[in-house]
Design a protein around this ligand. Structure first.
Ligand code: FES
Length: 109
């Protein structure tokens, strides 16, 4: 595991979706029913920023062609693309959001 500090917990204060940058990667973090999730912020269809989209019943809806991806699994609903959205393990520790990025060195803040 290579947990990287990603953002303060407050980034999700009053909202269920935020775009962040971790180790040069654009990610999206979500709060669903009190749990945290993280995905790539880049739509696997044509690269739109998913953090500009909407959360709809556990799915992130892409703001460009409206594909839906399950936030928990990254699975596409198949309406626009069959490509899966990358997901990452996420944890909350000491008021910070940490994300496990494969291949990265562990970082703390
Ligand atoms: S860019 Fe997201 S569905 Fe096309």
């Amino acid at each position: 595991m290579a947990w990287a500090w990603a953002a303060p917990q407050s980034v999700l204060e009053g909202r269920d979706l935020a775009g962040i940058e971790v180790g040069g990667r654009r990610l999206a973090v979500y709060r669903l029913a009190g749990d945290l999730f993280a995905t790539s912020d880049t739509c696997p269809h044509a690269g739109a920023p998913l953090s500009s989209g909407c959360v709809v019943e556990g799915y992130i809806e892409c703001p460009v062609h409206y594909a839906l991806f399950d936030i928990r699994t990254g699975q596409s609903d198949g309406s626009v693309t069959a490509r899966r959205l990358a997901t990452f393990p996420v944890k909350l520790e000491g008021g910070g959001i940490y994300i496990d990025l494969p291949g990265d060195e562990e970082t703390t803040r």
